[in-house]
Design a protein around this ligand. Structure first.
Ligand SMILES: [Zn+2]
Ligand SMILES: [Zn+2]
Length: 469
C-alpha cells in the first residue's frame, strides 16, 4: 500500500506491454477502498454532509447572524449597530416626509421599531429570497426539459450587439461549458417525472399567478405577527445590543419545534387516506375529525397538483394553506417565546430579538423553496419532500413534518428517498476516493470508473403510477 501511495504520478500513461500491472483497474479500486477509511478523507466529506442535513441557505444565514452577534459583542466591527443606525436615520427622514405623515406612518404607536423595520424589511427580504432561489432553479428546470431553449439563446447571442464583437468560437465555448455544467447537474434530478408547468406555458402562468398572490398575502400575516409582538414587551429590548450568544440558538430550536408541530398536524390530517382513521380520531369526535379532514384536504389539494417538484411551485397553494400551513407555524414561535419571557420577567435576556427574527424568517422562506427544487446536490437534498409529493394522498403518503421529528415519533417517515440519498452519497464518496487513488498511483481511471458519479441514482421503481393527479 505504501509503495502505491508514494508513487509519483507519471507524466504519460505507462506502456501497457511493459507495465501491464499499472493498467490493472483493481489497483485503483483497492486503494480507493483504503482512502475511504482514512480519517482526513472522512473529515473532507463532513462539510457536504452538514450542509445537506442543515441546508445551505439557513447555514449561511446562521453564519451571518454569528458575525453580527460576535462583532457587536467584541466591538471589533459592529455591523449590526451600523445597520441599525443607518436604518434609523433612513426611517427618521422618511417619517418626516408629508407622504408618511398623511398616511399616519409616523405614529408613535409603531415606535421604536416602526412598521418599516418590522413589516417592510421582513416582507421584502423574504419575497426577494423566494424569487431569487426560485428563478435560479427554474433556469435549471427549463433547460432540463426544454434543451432547445439553450440553442435559441445561442442564436440570439450571436445576432446581438455582443455577438457582433465577440469571436463566434468564444460564444460556442461559453455555451458548451454552460451546457456541460448544466447536464451534470440535471442528472441529479430525483423524480423521473416532470412538472406540468415545464411542458405547458398555461400551467406555468397558473403556478406563477398563484405564487405571486401568496407572496402578496405574506406581508399581511407579517403585519399581524408584528402587531402581536408590539403588544408584548418586545420593544423594551435594546435593539442596538445584540442578543447574548446562547439565546438565539435556544430560541430557534424552540421556534422550530413549535413550527414543526403546527405544520405537522394539519398536514398529517389533510393527508389521512379516505376511510382510514388517523390519531386525531382518538382525540376529537369522529364527525368533527372527518369534517376537519375534508377542510384541510381541500385546502391542501392545490399544492399537490405538483406531482413532481419544482422550486417556483413551493408556495403554489391555496391562500388558506399559505396562511395556516406555511406562515402561522413559523411566525407564532417568536410571539410565544416573547410572551413567556414577559410573564417570567426574563424579557431582557430571553425576549425575541429582531436580528434572530430576521434570520429565522429568511431561513424559513429559503428552506421552503429548497425543499421543492427536485435536485439532489452536494449541499441540498430535497428527496424526502419529493417522496411526499410522489405519494400525495395515497395509502403510502409519508413525510409530513418540517424536521422529521414528528414523522419519526408517529412512524410516518418514508424510506425510499433516504435509500436513494444513501446510494447517491456512497457513489460520490467512491468517485472522490477513486480520483485520489488515481492521483497517487499515476494510473488513469478507466471509463467505467470515471462515469461512476455521472450515472443517475434515481430508483425509478419508487415512482407511484397509481396515484391520480
Ligand atoms: Zn402535503
Ligand atoms: Zn410541497
Amino acid at each position: 500500500m505504501t509503495t502505491i501511495r508514494n508513487r509519483k504520478p507519471s507524466a504519460t500513461p505507462p506502456d501497457s506491454s511493459s507495465e501491464s500491472v499499472a493498467f490493472d483497474p483493481q489497483i485503483n479500486e483497492r486503494l480507493a477502498g483504503e482512502v475511504e477509511k482514512e480519517i482526513w478523507f472522512r473529515i473532507s466529506r463532513l462539510p457536504g454532509k452538514i450542509t445537506r442535513a442543515v441546508e445551505m441557505v439557513p447555514l449561511f444565514l446562521l453564519c451571518l447572524w454569528l458575525i453580527l452577534v460576535y462583532t457587536n459583542n467584541y466591538g471589533a466591527l459592529g455591523y449590526w449597530e451600523a445597520f441599525v443606525r443607518r436604518s434609523n436615520h433612513f426611517r427618521d427622514r422618511f417619517t418626516h416626509t408629508s407622504f408618511a405623515q398623511t398616511l399616519g406612518l409616523d405614529s408613535p404607536a409603531l415606535n421604536p421599531y416602526s412598521l418599516w423595520r418590522g413589516v417592510v424589511v421582513i416582507s421584502v427580504s423574504s419575497i426577494f429570497t423566494y424569487l431569487c432561489l426560485a428563478l435560479l432553479f427554474l433556469r435549471l428546470e427549463l433547460f432540463h426539459w426544454k434543451p432547445s431553449l439553450l440553442e435559441s439563446y445561442l442564436m440570439e447571442a450571436k445576432s446581438s450587439f455582443l455577438g457582433r464583437y465577440l469571436p463566434e468560437s468564444w460564444l460556442y465555448y461559453i455555451f458548451n461549458l454552460y451546457q456541460s455544467e448544466h447536464a451534470k447537474r440535471t442528472r441529479n434530478r430525483i423524480q423521473n417525472r416532470d412538472h406540468r408547468a415545464t411542458e405547458d406555458h398555461i400551467e406555468l402562468a397558473k403556478v406563477v399567478n398563484v405564487v405571486l398572490q401568496n407572496l402578496l398575502i405574506s406581508p399581511f400575516v407579517v403585519f399581524l405577527m408584528w402587531m402581536a409582538l408590539c403588544q408584548t414587551g418586545f420593544d423594551s429590548v435594546n435593539i442596538l445590543q445584540s442578543p447574548r450568544s446562547m439565546v438565539p440558538p435556544v430560541q430557534i430550536a424552540v421556534w422550530l419545534l413549535i413550527g414543526d408541530t403546527l405544520h405537522f398536524f394539519p398536514h398529517y390530517i389533510a393527508h389521512t387516506p379516505r376511510g382510514s382513521k388517523g390519531i386525531h380520531h382518538k382525540v376529537i369526535p369522529h364527525s368533527l375529525a372527518s369534517r376537519l379532514e375534508n377542510f384541510l384536504r381541500n385546502a391542501h389539494k392545490t399544492h399537490h397538483r405538483s406531482k413532481a417538484n419544482i422550486a417556483i411551485a413551493a408556495w403554489y397553494c391555496s391562500p388558506t394553506e399559505q396562511i395556516f400551513f406555511n406562515l402561522f407555524p413559523v411566525m407564532l414561535g417568536p410571539v410565544v417565546t416573547q410572551i413567556i419571557a414577559d410573564k417570567t420577567g426574563n424579557a431582557e435576556v430571553w425576549g425575541t430579538h429582531i436580528v434572530t427574527l430576521y434570520v429565522w424568517l429568511l431561513a424559513g422562506t429559503a428552506s421552503s423553496v429548497l425543499a421543492h427544487t427536485g435536485y439532489r446536490s452536494s449541499w441540498n437534498d430535497p428527496g424526502e419532500h419529493d417522496e411526499h409529493h410522489e405519494y400525495a394522498f395515497g395509502q403510502r403518503s409519508v413525510n409530513f413534518g418540517l424536521t422529521g421529528f414528528w414523522d419519526s415519533i408517529l412512524g410516518t417517515s418514508g424510506t425510499k428517498a433516504a435509500e436513494g440519498a444513501k446510494k447517491w452519497q456512497e457513489q460520490r464518496r467512491r468517485h472522490a476516493a477513486l480520483a485520489i487513488a488515481s492521483k497517487r498511483t499515476g494510473i488513469p481511471l478507466t471509463k467505467e470508473q470515471q462515469i461512476i458519479a455521472e450515472q443517475p441514482m434515481v430508483d425509478y421503481e419508487w415512482v407511484d403510477k397509481r396515484v391520480e393527479d
